[in-house]
Design a binder for this molecule. Sequence first.
Ligand SMILES: [Fe+2]
Ligand SMILES: [Fe+2]
Length: 450
Amino acid sequence: MFHKPKVTPLSQIAPGGRCCMQRRLKTGRRMSGKTDLLSLFKKNYAYNGRILRDSNSRALKKRLAKAIVHMDALEKIGTPIIPYIAAWRIGGRDIWYEYTGAGLKKMLNCRAGDMLAEAFRNNLSRQYLYRKQVDSTLVSKRVLNKKQVEQARRYLRKLGEKSGKSEAIYQIDNGGDTFWMKDIALIESYPESEVVLSLGTLIDVTNEIRLEETLAETKDQLEKHKLSLENMLVKRTAELHDAQLEVVTRLVQAAEFRDDQTGWHNKRLSRYVSIIGKAYGLTKGANWLLYNAVPMHDIGKVGIPDAILLKQGPLTPEERDIIKTHCRLGHELLDGGKSQLLEIAKAIALTHHEQWDGSGYPAGISGADIPLAGRIAAICDVFDALTTERPYKEAWPLADAVAEIRRLRGTKFDPKVVDIFEENLVMIQRIHREYLEKERDGIRPASSDT
Ligand SMILES: [Fe+2]
Ligand SMILES: [Fe+2]
């Protein structure tokens, strides 16, 4: 990268802690003219700047001379800090160097100070600007091309002239060797000479920046990894969800094939309950659960012997009691599931034959003790049974079925759910007709049908 200057004890540079130039500047002893000052600096500091040569204010020259002495002492004690003094005309574009220590010259492979500005500009490949002058917020800017670098430097100069200091981090490309330098400078304006001085120090921060970039990169990779894990989780959850629905659908089909000749009963039921659920004010998620759970209402019928379930003709009271056990059987079958879907399905299986006045089965519970899902399923189940043909009966006309539901309002059925059912009758009838046409066309439902 760049070479540290050879360490020279301060006593050798300035016997008694201060060199002759420092003493002369300190005492304010007047030099014999600009030639004297210039020749002294040329001799002692290889001065190659412009300010001491040109006719500038004494204040500026004195300040510069003092700063050169201090910076030179700083460099010679062998700190990793590289001092420099740059200058520019107020409103001007060009920067020149008034003092460049060996460190800066070696860093940029430059011999003369005049070449430094050009070399610095040419070797600058990236620049981060940050300012703390206004507030403590780090303002970071990545400069990517030469034009941007030039604009950024002008911006930085203006900012420095206003605030009195300037901070920036540069990436320097020194013949393929890339490193980062942090530049902190005091900016002083001398309007009487129309000159601005930048008293700066550079320090190598390559390791810090690389660490910062590695951290940023790692953070970015972690973020991507997290996102991919989240996506995977969503995908897996969806797959599990689909698998669960698939199992449920197959289970329902197994039960359905035994006493539903057409297979459309559960499809219609899902549509009816979701219309009522939505109108009742259920959330989208709750209504989705209701839609998918209701086909399992009669799943307990898998445990009823065919001789009773498929019997043509009237059932004996004993046979009727056996049929009634399908509620508890379904509940047991669905018990132990951990999903909300199975929880709701279980409640519906157990309570879809309960009645509002407590005269239903299997528990004889009443009113709001019957879960809402069970109350909604009960109305839709009866309505669909009435309006469709079964082996033991004809389909009722729609008006008669609606009248029957209305008649049972407050006894068999929840009055509020009956009201919502009637308010949404147009949609319910449309669904009834839609499926009737499918049945007439001999279409059988697939598991994905709705
Ligand atoms: Fe049932
Ligand atoms: Fe049913």
